[in-house]
Design a protein around this ligand. Structure first.
Ligand code: MV4
Length: 463
């Protein structure tokens, strides 16, 4: 087992990894930017190293600073958390060269999954039901027109090296395709340094369902069931739950087995997530895979009793998975509300100093956070300050527990998304599990009425 792990991250996830290390008897090294000097992850780590200024590109994203900190402290592994360098094949390669274990899949698997159109092809080859789309990147307008005609409109253009919703364009008719393709290619080039894009059939108001897996270095891969993350806004997930309210045991078994076979086929090790869209007919289609620990892993831990971070560390150290598929039982239902430092109506960030702070507890409640009374939420990073999770024997019980947990959450001095969550949880559609990625549209500000045209326009045919 590792003796010392450097955690290349901050905030609640850095603390979550410290929890796992302490339980495993592993020493920890925190790294921090100048904005995080007084942060709890620094206080609770055994050692800490300042790696640069507040700006991420000069600290949490700066590979030479992270590697130097690991070498100076003699860390034998690096846990990247989520975000930042967690899906950097480059960091994983540098770690290999420096004889430091990167806690994640191999660089080649990270690279494969990072190229979304290549990942689609690999998954299709491995027998996964993949959303219909182009076979690889689409370069020319003629090619795009042919693929889109075969798929039938609407289609969606996605950046091959993007992911998580960035750089996507929905195209509803052939005449919109050429300009959308050019814009998408230009945006992909600017955002990701690679202009490749691919096409998929566009699914209206899908559910977002993802399968959690763990793989060791002995060819064993298990799945821990699915999470549903359909309640999202601007590609930011707000509420996640496990299991999905609409998946049957039979469907879970089939989807899980399909993902496990595919993961084994590509040599997947460590924790990972395979994302699917579910259409109105409840068909599931693979869209992309994430090669990191995810923000919402805790709801899976609550319904399986498995500590995903400890297992991830153990398999990275070369241990066999300590359980088999047969041992994985989904028990009850768990929900997670992401508490962001933001204005509850405008969603504008609300960093600053927290005055009063009190967290909920009691039966079935878990809170992962780095915040505390009199701490400061810096403006430099994402606005997630706490994850409130609840577990119940049923989804209804998990919802009741979440509502009382949110009502017993005190965070003063900054604005948070707690009131927004209470509104969502009071919605009959949410309570009945009638959710989709379009669910949050009802909370958008009412669109301004279009200004009256000076002359009566000719009527255009309805779409
Ligand atoms: C889609 C989709 C519909 N059809 N792909 C968003 C997050 C990223 N992981 C994938 N996303 C989507 N992919 C196909 N083929 C719908 C979404 C989606 C979305 C798309 C455009 C605008 C807002 C959206 C909100 C949630 C999900």
């Amino acid at each position: 087992m590792f003796k010392k792990i450097l955690i290349a991250n901050r905030g609640e996830i850095a603390l979550r990894v410290i929890c796992a290390c302490r339980e495993l008897g592993i020493r920890t090294v925190a790294v921090w930017s100048e904005a995080d000097e007084h942060s709890l992850h620094v206080r609770f780590a055994d050692e800490d190293v300042c790696i640069g200024p507040a700006r991420s590109s000069e600290s949490y994203l700066h590979v030479p600073a992270i590697i130097s900190a690991a070498e100076i402290t003699g860390a034998d592994a690096i846990h990247p958390g989520y975000g930042f360098l967690s899906e950097s094949a480059y960091l994983a390669e540098v770690c290999e060269a420096c004889h430091i274990k990167f806690i994640g899949p191999s660089p080649s698997v990270i690279r494969l999954m990072g190229e979304k159109s290549r990942a689609r092809r690999a998954m299709r080859k491995a027998g996964v039901s993949v959303l219909p789309g182009s076979d690889g990147p689409v370069d020319t307008e003629a090619e795009a027109q042919k693929v889109a005609r075969d798929l039938a409109y609407p289609v969606i253009i996605k950046a091959s090296n993007g992911g998580g919703g960035r750089g996507m364009r929905i195209v509803r008719s052939a005449d919109e395709l050429a300009p959308a393709l050019r814009t998408a290619q230009r945006e992909a080039q600017a955002a990701f340094g690679i202009g490749d894009v691919y096409l998929e059939k566009y699914v209206e108001a899908p559910r977002h369902i993802e399968v959690q897996i763990l793989g060791d270095h002995f060819g064993t891969v298990v799945h821990l069931g699915e999470r549903e993350c359909s309640v999202q806004r601007r590609h930011q997930k707000l509420i996640e739950e496990a299991p999905s309210p609409v998946m049957t045991d039979k469907q879970r078994k089939k989807l899980g087995a399909m993902v496990v076979d595919a993961a084994r086929a590509v040599g997947y090790t460590s924790a990972g997530t395979f994302e699917f869209l579910m259409d109105a007919q409840q068909h599931l289609y693979f869209i992309e895979a994430n090669t990191r620990l995810q923000v919402e892993h805790g709801v899976t831990e609550m319904v399986t009793g498995i500590d995903i971070v400890k297992e991830q560390i153990k398999v990275a150290a070369g241990e066999k998975l300590s359980f088999s598929q047969h041992d994985v039982q989904i028990s009850g239902h768990a929900l997670e509300c992401r508490i962001n430092a933001e204005h509850p109506e405008t969603f504008a960030p609300s960093p600053g100093r927290i005055d009063a702070f009190s967290l909920p507890g009691g039966p079935g409640v878990r809170v992962d956070t780095f915040a505390h009374a009199e701490c400061t939420v810096p403006p430099n990073y994402d606005s997630l300050i706490a994850k409130i999770m609840t577990h119940g024997r049923t989804r209804d019980e998990a919802i009741v527990r979440m509502r009382r947990a949110l009502e017993m959450t005190v965070i003063e001095g900054i604005q948070t998304s707690v009131p927004m969550h209470l509104k969502i949880l009071a919605e009959p559609d949410f309570q009945q599990g009638r959710i989709s990625t379009a669910f949050m549209d009802r909370f958008l500000p009412a669109p301004k009425p279009a200004p009256a045209p000076a002359t009566t326009p000719s009527t255009t045919p309805a779409a």
